[in-house]
Design a protein around this ligand. Structure first.
Ligand SMILES: NC(=O)c1ccc[n+]([C@@H]2O[C@H](COP(=O)([O-])OP(=O)(O)OC[C@H]3O[C@@H](n4cnc5c(N)ncnc54)[C@H](OP(=O)(O)O)[C@@H]3O)[C@@H](O)[C@H]2O)c1
Length: 226
């Protein structure tokens, strides 16, 4: 795939490098052409670098890392986003004292309202950058979830494949409105990583267990507690 990175900071650099390692064509975009080119020089693997406008034109899939910034402020024209898959990996700022509030409008939904012709997909916001250092092996051995939401089913499947390509276990989370919950998971894992466990290698995954072969506890019964 042709992947454009919008903002080549920690997430942009790490994910771009991993995708390039898997044979995808990657263009690192940044606010200055020099920064984008410097990241591509560091990454090697045939990657290119330049401005965010150039990365956007290049990619069929775009990774958007400018937290909460309206794409109209990042790009010369948002029209170029029409039909492109736009991955939103962002989380809100961590509030003072980890006083997280319920999310009424996710960053991904905000991005979709600002780029209405793009196919916005929420993904990659529930693990710290350090985890990417383990990809694709040994990460693959741990089946770490990447929670993926989008209204456009084909875009969702494409991003799930991009997650699987680099050693994660993608989880189809349905429509983009569920990004509110996925961003809540992003808040929870940061509470663990930074506030409680203080370990950036802590992860969060959905595990589907094998069904029990017996009903020792009587099985699930209809509730009449109403
Ligand atoms: N780092 C993690 O462990 C991690 C994990 C999961 C999710 N996230 C989320 O992913 C997002 C990016 O995190 P990060 O660690 O990559 O941050 P970062 O290193 O600060 O990179 C963000 C990049 O966004 C671009 N940017 C910022 N403000 C901008 C603006 N006003 N206009 C245009 N571009 C702007 C910059 O790109 P250039 O300097 O290249 O122009 C900047 O380097 C955040 O929302 C974060 O919560 C981070």
């Amino acid at each position: 795939m042709k992947i454009g990175i919008i903002g080549s900071g920690n997430m942009g650099r790490s994910l771009g490098l991993l995708w390039a390692e898997q044979g995808h064509e990657v263009f690192f975009g940044a606010r200055t052409k020099e920064k984008g080119q410097a990241v591509a020089k560091f990454a090697e693997l045939g990657t290119q670098g330049g401005t965010n406008d150039e990365a956007t034109i290049f990619g069929d899939v775009l990774l958007y890392t400018a937290r909460g910034v309206n794409p109209a402020e990042v790009l010369t024209s948002v029209e170029v986003l029409a039909g492109k898959i736009l991955i939103d990996c962002n989380n809100f700022d961590i509030p003072e004292g980890f006083e997280f509030l319920p999310i009424k409008q996710s960053l991904a939904e905000k991005l979709a309202s600002e780029a209405p012709r793009a196919r916005v997909v929420k993904a990659f916001n529930t693990m710290a950058q350090e985890v990417f250092e383990l990809a694709p092996r040994p990460l693959q051995d741990y089946q770490v979830s990447v929670f993926v939401c989008a209204d456009d089913i084909e875009a969702r499947k494409t991003v799930m494949q991009l997650a699987d390509d680099i050693g994660f276990a993608s989880v189809d989370c349905g429509e983009l409105r569920y990004a509110r919950l996925v961003e809540g998971l992003g808040d929870f894992i940061r509470l663990m990583i930074i506030g409680q466990l203080k370990n950036p290698y802590a992860t969060i995954s959905v595990n589907v267990l094998p069904a029990s072969s017996e009903q020792r506890l009587g099985g699930r019964q209809p509730s009449n507690l109403s």
